[in-house]
Design a protein around this ligand. Structure first.
Ligand code: 6YU
Length: 613
């Protein structure tokens, strides 16, 4: 075994977990280590409990399974009888047992409030560890121990009281949940999706990336805009946007960016509008909202930064976008649980990847390794191969010092030229909804704006104007009255520098203007993501920026050296030419690089593995 190849994976997002899971299911790679800078798995998949800022560490039981999970959840490896969800109202009437239970399974089988308490009192127990929960009577005071019987703390299992639902700080939907989507497949296998999401009917719906939800458009003049007017403008915008995808194989484009193309077409169309002036301005203002919405979709400051030619290369899969009832984070948690416990090291930021060397270890005399990875704490790891899955934002900031010898110019150029912008979420909880009961989407129109007029640049004075869409979290019986706002670009990065109180004040003011109610009660809770400030992410996701193309994505994905045996391999969403910016792109890229290594060592295995569930 000692002679088998050593592989390091840097980053425990979906790309890194996918690569590690695939490699660990092969006998060829018993020496596998995954180094993650933070204290959790998932990366930009990040579910937290609203208001607590804590990871939920698991999903709620699937409704269809409630009361019927005494045999455990498929794939969790629990011998049975441990998991029962029958007694929800008393906390957890059926939780007992002295057999070890896979943490992720436990989390999926027990009501969320119980788990919240358990997590609060057993911080040392992360996914992938095992807990033993002996039954101790009706007080729900249970010692929590890990697999080695090490004392971890006393957990008092009871209703936590108060609502604290799971919200997604990062990835929100499975885009195109259907057979070809590996995230959908894996999540289905793990039992993390509800029946509606898994239905054949849902999988066949084609929405072209923009699912329609019942929406209300509010304007800053304190009025609700006519749905007919909005629909006409939406149809115009989506027709123009569809046209931008047709330039893929056109050798020369007249303008470089999606934004410029859209504006040019709109300027043409306006000339033919026969509406009165007020309606014309209103239509332009609505169009401006759609521009900002597209900035959120592409994760960019302006659509003028998104390259026109390659825009159509981003591929959409069929299926009505769906969410994870218990949190997206259930997916990385389950993947983590399937990896050998000792193979994953948290709080291990990598500072340098040295390749093309000949490194020796005292314990393994005579054997040399071409790769040495250095961590912030000084620890070094030698390997035959390293798969780097860190976000493009991190590479943009650090690639010159992170990889030694430095990246070839073609690769360094790709890192510089590809886009990596910011899209953040702001969650607001209200005592009472100000929106109508059937509304699932609130869109904001600033009547004094137009895509044909240059926007102001004073971030302090107007950052909040970039926040133009709020999702109403569903269902309200579960969430209460919670909105999830999306904000992209420089305004989003500026927002990250403000305090919660300042964000709350600014948004209260906006919502009072939208509703025309100067006394509307402020939100009672606010929580937001700050992806640009996150040192190991530095933004949200990638896009193909003006001056770059799909070839840059391929250049970024190219391993080093180009000829086998490759030492440094690259995965992550930004390395997937057609599914960049998504979780399925990330997962596929991890599998791709794992397959590359598998085919180096054992071609017979490379095509038959299935991830271990
Ligand atoms: C999706 C969605 N979604 C919203 C928001 C965000 C993203 N995405 P990771 O970063 O996960 O992992 C790397 C790890 O490496 C990480 O753990 C680091 O800590 C670690 N690391 C870094 N440096 C290190 C070091 N030095 N040492 C050790 N470790 C280190 N995707 O499918 N549906 O709804 C959304 C959304 C706010 C921020 C999203 C969504 C993007 C995904 O989250 C993301 O791609 C993957 O999770 C990345 O996984 P990874 O493993 O590569 O990196 C036409 C056209 C348009 C194109 N765009 C259209 C699609 C729109 C995308 N949708 C976005 C929408 C939302 C709301």
């Amino acid at each position: 075994d000692g002679a088998r190849p050593r592989v390091l994976v840097v980053g425990a997002g979906l790309a890194g977990l996918g690569a590690a899971q695939r490699l660990s299911s092969s006998r060829a790679f018993p020496h596998l280590r995954l180094l993650e800078s933070t204290g959790r798995a998932g990366g930009r998949v990040c579910s937290q409990r609203f208001g607590t800022g804590r990871a939920p560490r698991g999903a709620r039981p699937r409704p269809s399974r409630a009361g019927a999970v005494s045999g455990g959840v498929p794939g969790c490896g629990v011998p049975g009888e441990l998991c029962q969800t029958g007694g929800q109202q008393a906390g957890c009437a059926g939780l007992w047992g002295s057999v070890p239970v896979a943490y992720s399974c436990l989390l999926r089988c027990v009501p969320a409030p119980v788990i919240e308490r358990l997590i609060m009192t057993s911080e040392n127990n992360h996914s992938g560890r095992f807990l033993t929960l002996p039954r101790e009577g009706p007080s729900w005071s249970l010692p929590v121990r890990d697999q080695d019987e090490t004392y971890c703390g006393i957990g008092e299992l009871c209703q936590a009281g108060g609502r604290s639902e799971v919200v997604e700080m990062g990835a929100h939907w499975i885009h195109g949940p259907s057979k070809e989507n590996p995230v959908f497949q894996l999540a289905s296998d793990y039992g993390l999706l509800d029946e509606e999401a898994m239905s054949e009917e849902n999988q066949q719906i084609e929405v072209g990336g923009h699912p329609l939800l019942p929406a209300v458009f509010y304007s800053n003049a304190g009025r609700v805009l006519s749905p007919e007017l909005v629909e006409g403008v939406r149809n115009l915008f989506s027709t123009l946007l569809d046209q931008t995808r047709e330039f893929l194989h056109v050798p020369q484009v007249s303008v470089p960016s999606v934004g410029e193309y859209l504006r040019k077409e709109i300027a043409q169309q306006v000339k033919e509008w026969t509406d009165d002036d007020e309606t014309k301005w209103l239509k332009l203002a609505i169009l401006n909202t759609y521009f900002k919405l597209e900035c959120c979709v592409s994760g960019t400051h302006s659509m003028d930064h998104v390259a026109l030619g390659p825009f159509g290369e981003y591929a959409m899969l069929p299926g009505l976008d769906c969410t994870f009832p218990g949190g997206y984070g259930g997916l990385p948690d389950c993947m983590l649980t399937s990896l050998p416990k000792e193979s994953v090291l948290f709080h291990k930021p990598v500072t340098a990847v040295r390749w093309g060397g000949s490194y020796q270890e005292e314990s393994q005399e005579g054997r040399t390794f071409p790769v040495q990875v250095e961590c912030e704490d000084g620890e070094r790891f030698l390997a035959d191969h390293v798969i780097i899955t860190v976000p493009l934002g991190f590479l943009k900031e650090h690639h010159e010092t992170f990889i030694d010898p430095p990246l070839p110019p073609r690769k360094a150029d790709a890192i510089r030229q590809l886009g990596f912008g910011t899209n953040n979420k702001i969650f607001l909880e209200f005592e009472q909804p100000f929106w109508p009961p059937d509304c699932q989407l609130i869109e904001v129109v600033w009547e004094d704006e137009s895509p044909l007029v240059e926007a102001g640049t004073d971030l302090q004075a107007s950052w909040f104007r970039k926040l133009i869409v709020f999702l109403v979290l569903q269902p309200p019986e579960r969430y209460g009255h919670v909105l999830c706002g999306f904000i992209a670009g420089k305004e989003s990065e500026y927002m990250e520098t403000l305090s919660d109180a300042a964000v709350l004040t600014a948004l209260t003011d906006v919502i009072r203007r939208l509703t025309g109610n100067p006394h509307l009660a402020p939100p009672k809770k606010v929580m937001r993501s700050q992806w640009h400030s996150a040192p190991y992410t530095r933004g949200s996701y990638s896009y193909v920026a003006v001056g770059s193309s799909g070839d840059d994505i391929d250049a970024l994905a190219q391993p080093l050296p180009e000829d086998a045996p490759q030492q440094v391999l690259f995965a992550g969403e930004a390395t997937h030419r057609t599914f960049y910016s998504t979780t399925h792109g990330a997962l596929l890229s991890g599998w791709r690089e794992a397959d590359r290594l598998l085919s180096l060592y054992d071609t017979s295995e490379s095509h038959q593995h299935k991830p271990r569930l």
